[in-house]
Design a protein around this ligand. Structure first.
Ligand SMILES: Nc1ncnc2c1ncn2[C@@H]1O[C@H](COP(=O)(O)OP(=O)(O)O)[C@@H](O)[C@H]1O
Ligand SMILES: O=P(O)(O)OC[C@H](O)CO
Length: 497
């Protein structure tokens, strides 16, 4: 019997999901686990790679069991992951030498400042499409090599391996046989030349990362290796890998230049397909590979927002204003406006277009009339305002007016947010029938590599829309709200650090 199902491992910032898709890309089963975040000091965020591995195995086995599909009927595994998060492990034992340093971690802000002062930024922009920021992996890797005793010498001798989460999982899934990554994850390290498609020796030297510890880099749809037989009862090919934001673009079937998606998870990442052109931005957006299939690269412009759902999580876990994230929908609907309250959620600095690692969160306009509903509304509004700024930046960079924006991620379940977003970007917001588009994108890659699906036309037909939110706000109201937001951002950037 032909193998027709795909198992996807979606390893996000706050949770790990495994999902089984059938040959029509329909979700058959899902298993999910939240895992522990470590905040050892202000500005530092770490994950224990062993927690991640434990949850990957547990959810993959659970999803397989719930689907009723035998491992032998799975055509391939797709992996998609939180990007940039850096793991360094010992090749002989397979054990990490330090907890993973997460993409939100700001500990290397000073080092990045130094690099900018040394004039490295232009080279980084030109070769990698990125800016010098602690967000990306390179300075996190160097930090581990400099702060774990003996690590740098071991890395230089080739005893240590670096990987983003995809690469670490591939290593574990294949029983230590394969050390590889895909082009989208490689491109987030600040070490990968996105035009020549290889690790850049000069950047490795400047950023002090020995090339001996880097994985080999492949297409997104590619058979990377097979799982160790004892893990699932049958060997399964690992046939697709992609960073979660690029996977979401693919899962949203944004295959044509000019199409865009925005994913609302912990952070929010807007990617605009620019075709085979690695378009550059005059507004501090990133240039990044969207996918590479059969050796052909499609690029995207990316706007990276560090805090989206995390602001809602903070309302829940940080200050206890809500007990469940979805309550923000109802709370925001209950009040006619935010009562002049603006939240600038710079909890982890500000990403595009400001790139200010030192900025800290702020709430403006509090009066005695402000309550929980206004705070919840201000948090949701801040996510839409940030999206608006980045879509305007893309338009200024020459993308033209956006015809529509496809949304996904856990927070896109929020109807109020989607309506407000359509108003603020003044374009329709389309929500797909299944919000698990990140996993779908990874499934598409694994399905292409294993022959479950034949090409992009077929994948486009598998996408379906659940709802479209049309803009209806008066331009004058939009301009007034946007002006209030920009004023709050200005004040945050000038004084709050
Ligand atoms: N209905 C909702 N309204 C607002 N925020 C939500 C809603 N549901 C989930 N969220 C937020 O979305 C995030 C979870 O989305 P998810 O895509 O699972 O994130 P990740 O992949 O980064 O772990 C959480 O930060 C949560 O606060
Ligand atoms: O975990 P998410 O979905 O917020 O995604 C994290 C991004 O990949 C970070 O670049």
């Amino acid at each position: 019997m032909a193998r027709t199902h795909i198992l996807v491992i979606d390893q996000g910032t706050t949770s790990t999901r495994s999902i089984v898709f059938d040959g029509e890309a329909r979700r058959v089963a899902i298993a999910q686990r939240e895992f522990q975040q470590h905040y050892p000091e202000p500005g530092r965020v770490e994950h224990d790679p062993e927690d991640i591995w434990r949850d990957v195995l547990a959810t993959a086995r659970e999803a397989l069991e719930a689907s009723g599909i035998a491992a032998a009927d799975v055509a391939g595994i797709g992996i998609t992951n939180q990007r940039e998060t850096a793991v360094v492990w010992d090749r002989a034992s397979g054990l990490p030498i330090h907890r993973a340093i997460v993409w939100q971690d700001r500990r290397t802000a000073d080092r990045c400042h130094e690099l900018r002062t040394d004039g490295v930024e232009d080279l980084v922009r030109e070769r990698t499409g990125l800016l010098v920021d602690p967000y990306f992996s390179a300075t996190k890797i160097a930090w581990m090599l400099d702060n774990v005793s003996g690590a740098r010498a071991r890395a230089e001798r080739g005893e240590l391996a670096f990987g983003t989460i995809d690469s670490f999982l591939l290593w574990r899934l294949t029983g230590g046989a394969v050390h590889a990554t895909d082009v989208t994850n490689a491109s987030r390290t600040m070490l990968f030349d996105i035009h020549r498609h290889c690790w850049d020796a000069e950047l490795c030297r400047l950023l002090r990362v020995p090339e001996a510890m880097l994985p080999s880099v492949h297409d997104n749809a590619h058979v990377y290796g097979t799982t160790a037989a004892d893990l699932f009862g049958a060997a399964i090919p690992v046939a697709g890998m992609a960073g979660d934001q690029q996977a979401a673009l693919f899962g949203q079937a944004c295959f044509a230049p000019g199409t865009a998606k925005s994913t609302y998870g912990t952070g929010c990442f807007i990617l605009l397909n620019t075709g085979d052109q690695a378009a550059t931005s005059a507004n501090r957006l990133l240039t990044t590979p969207a996918y590479r299939i059969d050796g052909r690269t499609t690029y995207a412009l990316e706007g990276s927002i560090f805090v989206a759902g995390a602001a809602v999580k903070w309302l829940r876990d940080g200050i206890g204003v809500i007990t469940h994230a979805s309550q923000t929908d109802d709370l925001a609907t209950r009040v006619p406006d935010s009562h002049g309250v603006y939240m600038v959620p710079a909890f982890a600095g500000l990403g595009a277009p400001h790139w200010d690692a030192e900025a800290r969160g702020a709430i403006f306009g509090l009066t005695l009339g402000a309550g929980a509903a206004h705070l919840a509304r201000a948090a949701l509004e801040s996510v839409a305002f940030q999206t608006m700024d980045l879509i305007r930046a893309m338009a200024e960079d020459g993308s033209g007016r956006l015809a529509m924006l496809r949304v996904d991620g856990g927070m896109a379940a929020n109807d109020w947010l989607c309506r407000f977003l359509a108003d603020m970007i003044d374009a329709p917001v389309e929500r797909p029938a299944d919000l698990e588009t990140t996993a779908r994108g990874a499934a598409f890659h694994a399905g292409l590599a294993t022959g479950v699906w034949s090409g992009l036309d077929e994948l486009e037909r598998l996408w379906s829309r659940e709802r479209c939110f049309e803009p209806s706000m008066a331009a004058e109201t939009r301009d007034r709200l946007a002006a209030g937001w920009h004023d709050a951002v200005r004040r945050t950037l000038s004084g709050n650090r």
